[in-house]
Design a protein around this ligand. Structure first.
Ligand code: SF4
Ligand code: SF4
Length: 219
């Protein structure tokens, strides 16, 4: 720790560590010299959901779910990484066989029949570190409002915490992924994305692989 820098003391997976103020939990863990053998994903981009943790702050009775890359270390925090847990069963589907959007709505119940057993317990909402209205999205999907439900899952990072939380084994994250895939396969891709991809394909927008990362550019 550099001179004059505030030092935070917290516990991560049973290790008492020191961290600099402003460090994310994942930065604090690595700066303490601890190795990360699971929960390794995009390493700080906030897009993969692999670094799920349970966090309890001083004075709190209940731990809350978070992503270690998006949560700053705080003094007195207790943090535990949460392992990967697969869904109880796999959900097989063929997007090319969905047909049109009329037929596709029927596929939701075919692939995820357990979704209609949602007991509205709110467990998935409480578990979601991205603040997604998971229960609402599941219920909209059951009603056949697949596109609206897919949009609610837009920021899902597939951390699977809602999968662990669901007492009906609905696997909301996997339902959300199915809905987003279905939506993308049945609708036009966003115009900006298609234009950009075309420009790259035609060499009119070369990719500069040596361009500085956003944090480097900001220095
Ligand atoms: S919806 Fe589920 S998998 Fe997606 S971010 Fe929320 S808890 Fe994680
Ligand atoms: S955790 Fe499962 S049962 Fe509970 S509200 Fe969410 S989807 Fe429904």
């Amino acid at each position: 720790m550099a001179d004059g820098e505030e030092t935070l003391r917290l516990t991560m997976d049973g290790h008492a560590i020191e961290a600099r103020a402003g460090a994310s939990l994942i930065q604090a863990w690595l700066a303490a010299g601890l190795s990360l053998t699971s929960n390794v994903g995009c390493m700080g981009q906030g897009v993969c959901g692999a670094c799920r943790v349970l966090v309890r702050r001083p004075g709190e009775r209940i731990a809350t779910a978070a992503l270690a890359c998006e949560t700053r270390a705080e003094d007195g925090m207790q943090v535990a990484f949460v392992d990967h847990f697969p869904a109880r069963r796999t959900h097989a589907y063929d997007l090319d066989a969905l047909g049109d959007s009329w037929a596709a709505i029927g596929a939701i119940d075919k692939v995820f029949p357990e979704a209609k057993h949602c007991r509205h317990c709110g467990g998935c909402d409480a578990a979601c570190p991205k603040g997604i209205e998971v229960q609402k999205a599941v219920n909209l999907a059951v009603e056949g409002r697949g596109m609206t439900a897919a949009a609610l899952f837009d920021t899902c990072v597939m951390c699977n915490l809602c999968v662990a939380a669901c007492p009906e084994h609905i696997a909301p994250a996997h339902l959300g992924q199915f809905l987003r895939r279905m939506s993308a396969s049945l609708t036009l891709r966003p115009g900006d994305l298609v234009l950009r991809l075309r420009e790259i394909e035609e060499g009119r927008q070369p990719i500069d692989l040596d361009a500085p990362q956003p944090e480097e550019a900001a220095r």
